[in-house]
Structure formats: structure tokens, C-alpha cells
Design a protein around this ligand. Structure first.
Ligand SMILES: Cc1cc2nc3c(=O)[nH]c(=O)nc-3n(C[C@H](O)[C@H](O)[C@H](O)COP(=O)(O)O)c2cc1C
Length: 236
């Protein structure tokens, strides 16, 4: 055995644990239909702690989590989303059928979900020179998205549904929730129990979009050059 191999740590996940991680990834779904059943605070805290253990640029941890249960506040947020949803439909004006289809989609479950979490990203956390952020100021947003994905996966294994809502004007959400102007609200997460987790994305079921074949997205050595093994498998 080489020295290098001897230095390699053994797997600290069993095969069943490994499979469970992939299962959570494949079975995570964006959910917009919620039951009224409450979500236990201890469970919610576990989800938030999972989010808080995400990677972040320069260990900046730019996130905050604002938990909302108040019906009036949720109603105000829903109204803001509805306004933006109608405004968004205008971008499809050249294709009225697409606009109509967009407006028929349910894009949030804000009022039905027992808990709403507004996830924010603070670009000023840790000052102006965060390790790794100088070359790309958006890395605070990428970090916060990693936190949301952690929460989304943890929720799935707890049997809890999450719906990510991003159709809103930042100013509206900042005003409703008292968020300072420099702090970026990037997601309203609808959280609760759902009657079912669909096998495929809802947008796929309704014919809005479909998953690209991975082979089309993976290149090797140079942009556009398909990864050899998969080109060969496809006979290309
Ligand atoms: C950054 C981001 C923003 C999203 N915003 C919305 C939204 O405003 N409304 C909505 O219904 N779904 C939203 N989604 C969910 C996507 O529509 C969903 O992830 C996608 O259709 C794939 O489905 P799946 O998550 O079930 O795999 C968002 C997802 C992401 C990652």
C-alpha cells in the first residue's frame, strides 16, 4: 500500500447513510400545497441549524432567518408576491399562451404554510474585505443559496415541505418585514406539511419545463467538448 493510500481516511458513512443522502437529493421537491398542521419549534430549529452549517465565502455566514407566523404579515407578503406575479406575466406578452399558462401556475403557498422564513443575505457582514469575495461580490448570495439548499434537504428527510418563493420586489419585502435597506431578502420559504411529495418537479408535470440530459451540460477540457465517456455512450 502506498503512503498516500495509507493516509486516506476510511469512509465515515455507511452504505445506507450514503444512499440516504442521494435519496434526499433526488426526492427534494419545491412544494406549493400545504396542510394546516403546525411545525414543531425544535424541528424548525434543526432545519435552521442545518442551514447555518452551509459553506460560505470566507466563512462570512451572510444569512439571517426571519421566522413569520403572523397571518396579517403573511397576507401582506402574499399581496406583494401577487403584484409581482402579475407584473412578471407582462414579460411573456409576445406569447399570450405562455403568459396565460404562467398566470395559471401556483407559485407560492404563503398563506397556507404554517411557517414562513424570509432568508436574507447581508453583503456588509465581516466588513468590506471578505476572503474570496473581492473577485465576485455575488459570493455572499451563493453562500446564502447553499444555506437554503441545506435547509431544503434537511426538511425533506424530516418529512417537511419547503417552497422557495422569489417572485417579489425586494423593497416590498424589506418594508413589510422591517429589513434594513442594505440587507437583501433573497427567499421567502413556505414551510409545512404537504399531502404528497411529487416524483418530478411540478413545472415538469405541467409542461412548463423539463430536466436537460446531464450529458449535454458536462464538458471536458474545453467549453463545448462533451465529456468523452458520455459522448461514447451516446455514440457521438
Ligand atoms: C432561486 C430559486 C427561486 C425560486 N423561486 C420560485 C418561486 O418564486 N415560485 C415557485 O413556485 N417556485 C420557485 N422556485 C422553485 C423552482 O420552480 C423549482 O425548484 C423547479 O421548478 C424545480 O423543481 P423541484 O425544486 O421540485 O426540483 C425557485 C427555486 C429556486 C432555486
Amino acid at each position: 500500500m502506498s503512503d498516500q493510500a495509507a493516509a486516506r481516511p476510511g469512509p465515515d458513512f455507511t452504505a445506507a447513510e450514503r444512499d440516504a443522502v442521494y435519496k434526499a437529493i433526488y426526492r427534494r421537491r419545491d412544494i406549493r400545497v400545504f396542510l394546516p398542521d403546525p411545525v414543531d419549534d425544535a424541528l424548525l430549529w434543526r432545519l435552521l441549524d442545518a442551514a447555518h452549517h452551509a459553506g460560505s465565502v470566507g466563512f462570512m455566514q451572510p444569512w439571517n432567518f426571519l421566522v413569520v407566523r403572523d397571518g396579517a404579515v403573511k397576507a401582506a407578503l402574499k399581496a406583494a408576491v401577487d403584484r409581482e406575479r402579475r407584473a412578471t406575466a407582462c414579460v411573456f406578452e409576445a406569447d399570450p399562451a405562455r403568459a396565460e399558462k404562467f398566470l395559471s401556475l401556483k407559485v407560492e403557498g404563503i398563506v397556507e404554510a404554517p411557517v414562513l422564513i424570509c432568508v436574507t443575505s447581508d453583503p456588509t457582514r465581516e466588513g468590506p474585505h471578505v476572503l474570496g469575495r473581492n473577485s465576485d461580490a455575488a459570493t455572499d448570495l451563493y453562500s446564502t443559496a447553499c444555506a437554503i439548499q441545506n435547509l431544503w434537504l434537511a426538511a425533506r428527510v424530516e418529512g417537511v415541505a419547503v417552497g422557495w418563493v422569489s417572485i417579489f420586489r425586494k423593497g416590498d419585502v424589506q418594508e413589510i418585514l422591517g429589513i434594513p435597506p442594505h440587507v437583501n431578502p433573497i427567499a421567502l420559504l413556505c414551510i409545512g406539511y404537504t399531502p404528497s411529495f411529487p416524483a418530478q418537479p411540478v413545472l415538469e408535470t405541467v409542461g412548463w419545463g423539463r430536466r436537460y440530459p446531464l450529458e449535454r451540460l458536462v464538458y471536458a477540457e474545453r467549453w463545448g467538448a462533451r465529456w468523452r465517456e458520455h459522448s461514447a455512450a451516446e455514440g457521438g
